[in-house]
Design a protein. Sequence first.
Length: 202
Amino acid sequence: MKRLLTPLFYFVIFIVSVGLIGYGWLILQTQAAQTAHQQGDIQGATQIYGRAEKVFYFIPWLSRILPEEYKDVILRQVAILYEQNRSDEAFEKLEQISITAPSLTESGEYSFWTGNLLLRRALQTKDPETSVNAAKAALSEYQKGLAAQPDDWDLKYNFELVSQLFQKGDKSKDEQKVKSLVDKMRQQNEPSREELAPEKRG
């Protein structure tokens, strides 16, 4: 019996050691990417986050064991894509989370970035109806995020910002009034880089 237990013991020790080394590497990669981003090295940060993300790609179930680490790697990439106005790619990253780790879509940070991207879509589209619908969807995301993280200042700020657009409760479908609402939306500032908390800047 002892002869069987000894190899098993060493095997378990080996697996645990490999796991700890891998986890340490992942944390170091994330920290290095964050430092590069803060120093303005966007390309370097993107490459490092990409390497970290590959771990979750090759080991899909890892995102369920390390959900916070996975969320951190993906959402920091979303932040970079948002800064570069690459909204379609950022939406793809968010969709990736919804597929690989659906529970993370209930987090405040996920709603924060989804709301920001929807608000940007509202401000950039030339179609009034699409603009209003996107703004309403952004408002809904911020509200959902606040339900998960009621003390998040950034979510509160953005929720209040978008809420102002609909304070009058104008439900008319008159084209001119819709256009007026869109014009009002475009006069508001998008959530800026400076207004983001350090942990949301990447």
